[in-house]
Design a binder for this molecule. Structure first.
Ligand SMILES: Cc1cc2nc3c(=O)[nH]c(=O)nc-3n(C[C@H](O)[C@H](O)[C@H](O)COP(=O)(O)O)c2cc1C
Length: 433
């Protein structure tokens, strides 16, 4: 594949350094962008329809369009919190090609004109990524790509790296903003706090995922039409698919949005581990509906996955084979949400813990008659009542696995053991309280 590839140089030794990055064409897009009229640049981004890679798929150009006209202080914040289970594509960019993100953010800031400060909110555990970003910022500044009077244009910009402390909720954009402001990372009520209207210190703030932002480089270099030569009409460009679970070659693979799940598993990731039978997968990280064999030919674009009943999310594709116990898998995921619930709202704080306690009992042969239905009842009581999407996400693995594999859940309750021959338990054996 030629053209708008984001991962093109990722394997080149030293790509994280300014010298190698520039040798491979780095900062050429910035030079081109700075020579362009701002309105043309914004039009190109809108025409390219870059879909947000952080979960919702909202087009970047449309988000820019929601900034109140006449705003004189705008912040751009890169969401590099990347904590969705099974998702690790941002990390590759942060550690191995940090200048790509820096260059992209400078272009975005230039296009929006009234941006003087950008933040990169990076997941606390990404120590190497933070180090490399800080070095890249320092080197870009020394080279005149950042700071005052960037490349003689009179445009001034600084980028700051903000390290999170490892909370999943801080990936939610309003909690992220609270955290940057030095407060406890908990979500804000929307409306009125839509970030592009009232973000950091109540100023318009554009929050975008790492992968969304770096897509601006191919748009500048090849134009909106060149960019749209890949992918589908509504999901243009390429995507970094994170493949994990029972596959031979787990990893991050770049492919156009036209790729199918079957291709990703068998052509990219080498097929099922130990050639076992495929059972189920989650296409977009922990928060979304599970698929079975019937959906393997789904094209992995935003609208196609939604039409098939799930969501592309962060494309954290977790593949499970025939030896997987779905109760065990659901417990593992619900434990994550219960642990990460920020505690702000009752349905999420209490609901996730209650779900985890019941599933733990079912998984450990202590399930009582009627508890599978009780789980569904709890999810009904959480649905639409949580303050943010964390609680809404926590119910998905429960509902999804019960609707697809009810027999296995009932077997656990009735026979106090598991229907499948499994090699290991993926959830913790410690009883939640
Ligand atoms: C609980 C929760 C966690 C989230 N974590 C992330 C994250 O780690 N990275 C991310 O980009 N978006 C995350 N999001 C989505 C963000 O709120 C936001 O929609 C996204 O950063 C917007 O960027 P995009 O338009 O480029 O997708 C999360 C949302 C929720 C509800």
């Amino acid at each position: 594949m030629v053209g708008p590839r984001l991962y093109h140089y990722l394997d080149v030794p030293g790509q994280h350094t300014l010298e190698v990055y520039e040798r491979n064409g780095g900062y050429q897009a910035l030079k081109k962008a700075l020579s362009m009229d701002r309105a043309t640049l914004v039009d190109q981004v809108k025409a390219a329809a870059i879909r947000g890679r952080g979960g919702a798929g909202f087009p970047m150009g449309n988000k820019w369009g929601t900034i109140p006209p006449g705003s004189t202080t705008i912040y751009i914040t890169c969401n590099a919190d990347e904590s969705e289970p099974g998702t690790c594509s941002n990390r590759e960019v942060l550690e191995r090609d940090p200048h790509q993100l820096i260059e992209s953010m400078i272009i975005c800031a230039y296009a929006l004109e009234h941006v003087r400060t950008c933040y990169i909110y990076i997941r606390g555990e990404y120590r190497l990524g933070a180090e490399r970003l800080n070095q890249a910022i320092q080197d870009a500044r020394a080279q005149g790509y950042l700071g005052d009077n960037i490349m003689g244009t009179g445009f001034n910009l600084d980028i700051w790296v903000f390290r999170g402390a490892g909370a999943y909720i801080c990936g939610e954009e309003t909690a992220l903003i609270e955290s940057i402001e030095g407060k406890r990372g908990q979500p804000r009520l929307r409306p009125p706090y839509f970030p592009t209207v009232m973000g950091i210190t109540n100023k318009p703030t554009v929050v975008n995922n790492v992968e969304t932002i770096i897509n601006i480089i191919p748009v500048v270099l090849y134009g909106a039409d060149g960019y749209k030569a890949y992918g589908t009409e509504k999901s243009p460009g390429t995507k970094l698919y994170c493949m994990s679970g029972h596959i031979k070659k787990p990893g991050v693979y770049e492919a156009p949005f036209t790729v199918t799940l079957r291709q990703l598993i068998w052509d990219f990731a080498g097929g099922m581990l130990n050639d076992r039978k495929f059972k189920t997968l989650i296409p977009g990280g922990a928060s979304f509906q599970w698929f079975t064999e019937e959906q393997l030919d789904t094209v992995m674009g935003f609208d196609e996955v939604r039409a098939a009943g799930s969501n592309l999310g962060s494309t954290g594709i977790m593949v499970m084979d025939e030896t997987t116990c779905v109760v065990d898998a659901a417990l593992n995921l619900v434990h994550f949400f219960a642990h990460e619930s920020c505690g702000k709202c009752t349905p999420c704080r209490e609901g996730t813990r209650w779900l985890e306690q019941i599933i733990w009992r079912i998984e450990h042969g202590q399930g009582r008659a009627g508890e599978v239905d009780q789980l569904l009842d709890i999810t009904d009581n959480m649905d639409g009542k949580c303050f943010c999407l964390l609680g809404e996400s926590a119910i998905v693995p429960v509902r999804s696995s019960i609707s697809l594999f009810r027999e296995e859940w009932d077997h656990h309750v009735t026979h106090k053991n598991c229907m499948v021959q499994r090699d290991y338990r993926m959830s913790s054996t410690a009883q939640p309280h």
